[in-house]
Design a protein around this ligand. Structure first.
Ligand SMILES: *[C@@H]1O[C@H](CO)[C@@H](O)[C@H](O)[C@H]1NC(C)=O
Ligand SMILES: *[C@@H]1O[C@H](CO)[C@@H](O)[C@H](O)[C@H]1NC(C)=O
Ligand SMILES: *[C@@H]1O[C@H](CO)[C@@H](O)[C@H](O)[C@H]1NC(C)=O
Ligand SMILES: *[C@@H]1O[C@H](CO)[C@@H](O)[C@H](O)[C@H]1NC(C)=O
Ligand SMILES: *[C@@H]1O[C@H](CO)[C@@H](O)[C@H](O)[C@H]1NC(C)=O
Ligand SMILES: *[C@@H]1O[C@H](CO)[C@@H](O)[C@H](O)[C@H]1NC(C)=O
Ligand SMILES: *[C@@H]1O[C@H](CO)[C@@H](O)[C@H](O)[C@H]1NC(C)=O
Length: 330
């Protein structure tokens, strides 16, 4: 039963909710916008100049910094604070183009406003005249639901709950505050899920934010087979189809690549004398990498055949999910 518009308005904290009916939205449009209309700035004033400055460099800054940039322009009382953030599985060029669009949209979707947050598939842009960096903000929520009802609502709810709780704690403890994975719904169907916080948050704040977002799934999208919930600081999404790049997501969840293992040469020279050892290092690296490549080839070959047999052996998905696209079957 859908809540009446009146009930929705009286719920606290504030939220907005959309039902996605059939026709997919253009990927380039924000799927939600947060524009409080009580923070008007003066046209042609100092704040607008500061905001324009800020929005002109955030997109480029974020796309070269693994999808996060925050910065401040101007001085009180006209200081502008901004944050640009891309989904962790999105590459630099897609990040850049999403944020370029968002910087243009800010003036169109929220004209004249000191504060706004624009939510896109691949990125988020937020600005304000008040500092918000590093603070989990759950005072405003937004949702977008798939219009289709799940066919087995009880089973769906159980599996979705397990997936989203798992993803929330994994995201909160991962370096990029991001996690994506699947859970089996039936032997032939998976739920694809994703959780992420803006990367300026601390892990436990991320965890609290995601817990709030997850708790709104039943309020926003009860019984639907897909949905999104976002606050200004974090977002979750789930669908019965892959909506993220599994390989890029896997890479984004792994800890940053460790420094290359120290290879002991004939002497135990430090970094300053490393140059003299390059030859030996290269030889050892080659010596190590050939067997590693051979093992990798065998593993990938086995994974490939197991993937092809997957429909008969759905339980193997945990082992193989990192092997890539072969698992993204309908
Ligand atoms: C801010 O501007 C909008 C649009 O120009 C207007 O509708 C609104 O009333 C203004 N709000 C205030 C508090 O001045
Ligand atoms: C931000 O803007 C609002 C609306 O113009 C104003 O009331 C508030 O004092 C400003 N806050 C700061 C920190 O400048
Ligand atoms: C903010 O932007 C300026 C350029 O306007 C840049 O020099 C500075 O490094 C940026 N600060 C941060 C924290 O990224
Ligand atoms: C980045 O991602 C987009 C969308 O997935 C893709 O079309 C593009 O080829 C990718 N670019 C690079 C350099 O990987
Ligand atoms: C989905 O379920 C709700 C409540 O269970 C029902 O009111 C609605 O008509 C269903 N929608 C469709 C498209 O079947
Ligand atoms: C999440 O699920 C995976 C298996 O799907 C499991 O290995 C992992 O320990 C779980 N993590 C948490 C934090 O629940
Ligand atoms: C490398 O050299 C260091 C310092 O001499 C020694 O402690 C360490 O055990 C060596 N490591 C390996 C893998 O031989």
């Amino acid at each position: 039963m859908a809540p009446s518009p009146r009930a929705m308005r009286s719920l606290s904290p504030l939220y907005s909710l959309l039902l996605l009916t059939g026709a997919a939205m253009a990927a380039a449009d924000p799927w939600s916008t947060d524009c409080p209309s009580d923070t008007n700035y003066t046209r042609g004033g100092v704040f607008q100049a500061n905001l324009d400055d800020l929005l002109s460099f955030l997109p480029a800054a974020a796309s070269v910094a693994a999808g996060l940039a925050e910065n401040t322009t101007g001085r009180e009382p006209d200081e502008a604070y901004g944050l640009a953030h891309c989904r962790a599985d999105v590459n630099a060029s897609e990040c850049r183009s999403c944020l370029d669009t968002s910087a243009r949209d800010a003036a169109i979707k929220c004209p004249g406003q000191k504060k706004s947050t624009l939510f896109y598939e691949a990125c988020l842009l937020r600005h304000s005249n008040v500092s918000f960096f590093g603070v989990a903000d759950m005072s405003w929520l937004t949702g977008l639901c798939n219009a289709v009802n799940a066919t087995q609502p009880e089973l769906f709810k159980t599996q979705l709950g397990a997936l989203m709780n798992n993803l929330s704690s994994r995201a909160a403890s991962s370096p990029r505050l991001f996690a994506a994975d699947t859970v089996d719904l039936t032997p032939f169907t998976k739920i694809y899920g994703m959780s992420q916080c803006t990367r300026d948050l601390a892990g436990d704040d991320c965890n609290r934010c995601l817990a709030v977002a997850v708790s709104y799934i039943p309020k926003f999208c009860d019984g639907r087979e897909g949905g999104r919930v976002a606050t200004r600081s974090c977002s979750i999404r789930y669908e019965l189809y892959p909506f993220y790049n599994a390989q890029a997501a896997e890479a984004a969840m792994s800890p940053p690549a460790p420094p290359p293992p120290a290879v002991n040469g004939s002497d135990h020279s430090g970094p300053a004398e490393r140059a003299g050892n390059d030859d030996a290092t290269a030889k050892i690296a080659l010596f190590v990498s050939i067997p590693v490549a051979a093992v990798l080839l065998v593993v990938l070959t086995v994974a490939f055949y197991l993937c092809k047999r997957k429909n008969k052996k759905p339980r193997e998905h945990v082992l193989l999910s990192s092997a890539g696209e072969c698992f993204l079957v309908d």
